[in-house]
Design a protein around this ligand. Structure first.
Ligand code: ASP
Ligand code: MG
Length: 432
C-alpha cells in the first residue's frame, strides 16, 4: 500500500471562498490517496484574534469580542453554500469551551489566555473546510489535533512531547483512514499535560505537518504556498529571483535559521530524521513541481538572499575596562534568554561584545538593558536590516550594500552576514 501524504495549507491558501474551492480542486487530483491535511487559520485570522485578546482586556468577554470574526467566517461559509446553522453552532461551541476554560482557571496567565483564544482560528478554519469537502463529494474527517499532539505547559511556545504524540497519532490516524480519505486537522496547536490548549509559536503549522509526517513515516510532505517553490530571494523585494529545483535538508535548515520565511525553521529536523522529502509547491499552479527538499541537494547553489528587518545592533562594553570573558558572556546570554530576545548574530572583542537582535519592542529592550546591570554600557543602533547571503558572489554584495552603511560584517565559509542601514538615515541620526 502506498504511504500517507501530509499536506500543509497556510492561511493565505484558505483565505476566502475562492481559495477554499481551489484547495478542493487540488485534493481532487489525488484520488483516493490518504492525506493528512494540516491547515492554518484563514487569512489574517490569527492577527485578528490577537486583537480580540486586547479587547477582552477592556472587560469585554470573549463571546462579545469575537462576534465580528464569527460573522466573517459565516459569510465565507454562506458563499460556499454550507449549512450556516450547523457551522454557527460549531463556532459557538468552540468559543464557549475556550471561554469556560479561561473562566474556570483560578489564575490564568496572559500566555495561557492567548493560547485558548488564538487557537480558535485553526479550529474555525478546519471545521469549515471539513464541511465543505464533504458537501462536495470528498471523504473527509475532522480531527481535533489536541487529542493527538501532546505538549508541555509552556503556553505560547509549547514543546512537543514526541513519544506521546507518536503513540497517539499511530493509534488514531490509521483508524480514521479506514473510513475516510482525507483527515482535516489544525496546525499550530496542541494540548498540554494539564489538558489545556497550547500553541507552538507563530507560523507553527509547517512544524505540525512535519510532526505528523515523522510519526506516520509519511511518503512525503507538501507545503502549499503562494510562491512556486523556494526562491533565491523574496520576490516582494527583488526582481530577478529564481526557483531552486532541489535543496538538501542542510541547506534548507541553514536558510530558515537565517530568517527565510518560506518554511518554519523547526520543520526540517523531524522530516530529515526520517528521510522524508518535503515539497514546497504553489497552490496557484499545482501541476508544476516546486522545490524538493531531501538529502539530494544541488552541487552548486545560486546565491540565496535572506533579509531580516527591524534589527538592532548593540555594542555592550564593560565600563571598568575588564575583558569580555566567559563570565560576562554567560551573564549576557542568560539575560537575553530571560528577556526572550532572539539573538541573530554576535562578535566579541577585548572589552566589548556586539549583538544583532530582532527588535523586541522598546519596553523589552529597556528591560534587557536594565537586567544587564550598571557594569555594562551599551551603544544601540536601531532600524537596521540583517542581510544574509549564502553562496555569495562579490558583485552581488556590492549591489546589495550600495548606498548603505555596513555596521557589522561576518563571513563564515560561503555565508556572509551584514547589518546595514540606509546611509542617509544614519547621517540624520548622528547629527541629532
Ligand atoms: N495561524 C498561525 C499563525 O498565523 C499558525 C500558522 O499560520 O502557521 O501564526
Ligand atoms: Mg500562516
Amino acid at each position: 500500500m502506498a504511504g500517507y501524504k501530509v499536506f500543509k495549507f497556510g492561511g493565505s491558501s484558505v483565505k476566502d471562498a475562492e481559495h477554499i474551492k481551489n484547495v478542493k480542486s487540488i485534493l481532487e487530483k489525488y484520488g483516493n490517496d490518504k492525506i493528512v491535511m494540516v491547515v492554518s487559520a484563514m487569512g489574517k485570522t490569527t492577527n485578528a484574534l490577537e486583537s480580540v485578546i486586547d479587547r477582552m482586556d477592556d472587560e469585554h468577554t470573549l463571546n462579545r469580542s469575537i462576534k465580528g470574526l464569527i460573522e466573517d467566517h459565516l459569510s465565507i461559509a454562506k458563499e460556499l453554500d454550507i449549512d450556516t446553522n450547523i457551522y454557527r453552532l460549531k463556532l459557538e461551541n468552540l468559543v464557549q469551551n475556550a471561554e469556560d476554560t479561561i473562566n474556570n482557571h483560578t489564575s490564568p496567565s496572559a500566555d495561557f489566555i492567548y493560547d485558548q483564544v488564538v487557537s480558535l482560528g485553526e479550529l474555525f478554519s478546519t471545521s469549515l473546510i471539513e464541511l465543505y469537502l464533504n458537501k462536495n463529494g470528498l471523504s473527509a474527517a475532522w480531527l481535533d489535533v489536541r487529542t493527538v499532539l501532546k505538549t508541555d505547559n509552556d503556553y505560547r511556545r509549547a514543546k512537543v512531547h514526541f513519544q506521546r504524540t507518536n503513540a497517539e497519532v499511530n493509534k488514531c490516524i490509521p483508524q480514521i483512514f479506514e473510513s475516510s480519505d482525507i483527515i482535516v486537522t489544525q496546525g499550530f496547536i496542541g494540548e498540554s499535560d494539564e489538558g489545556y490548549t497550547t500553541t507552538l509559536g507563530r507560523e507553527g503549522s509547517d512544524y505540525t505537518a512535519a510532526i505528523f509526517a515523522y510519526c506516520l513515516d509519511a511518503e512525503e510532505v507538501t507545503i502549499w504556498k503562494d510562491v512556486p517553490g523556494i526562491l533565491t530571494a523574496d520576490p516582494k523585494r527583488f526582481e530577478n529571483v529564481e526557483k531552486i529545483e532541489r535543496m538538501s535538508y542542510r541547506e534548507a535548515i541553514e536558510m530558515t535559521y537565517y530568517g527565510a520565511k518560506v518554511i518554519h525553521p523547526k520543520t526540517i529536523q523531524p522530516i530529515q530524521n526520517k528521510g522524508i522529502q518535503l515539497i514546497v509547491n504553489s497552490y496557484l499552479k499545482p501541476d508544476k513541481t516546486g522545490t524538493i527538499i531531501s538529502d539530494k541537494g544541488l552541487l552548486n547553489y545560486p546565491p540565496i538572499v535572506v533579509i531580516e528587518d527591524d534589527v538592532i545592533l548593540m555594542q555592550i562594553s564593560s565600563k571598568d575596562f575588564s575583558f569580555i570573558q566567559e563570565d560576562h558572556l554567560s551573564h549576557i546570554f542568560r539575560r537575553l534568554k530571560e528577556s526572550n530576545i532572539a539573538l541573530l548574530a554576535m562578535r566579541n572583542s577585548a572589552i566589548s561584545f556586539t549583538l544583532c537582535i530582532k527588535h523586541p519592542g522598546d519596553q523589552k529592550l529597556d528591560q534587557f538593558i536594565e537586567l544587564l546591570g550598571p557594569q555594562f554600557g551599551s551603544d544601540i543602533f536601531k532600524g537596521l536590516q540583517l542581510l544574509t547571503v549564502r553562496h555569495f558572489q562579490e558583485s552581488l554584495i556590492q549591489s546589495l550594500t550600495e548606498k548603505k552603511i555596513v555596521l557589522f560584517e561576518e563571513i563564515l565559509k560561503d555565508t556572509i552576514r551584514l547589518a546595514v542601514k540606509p546611509a542617509l538615515e544614519l547621517k540624520e541620526k548622528t547629527n541629532s
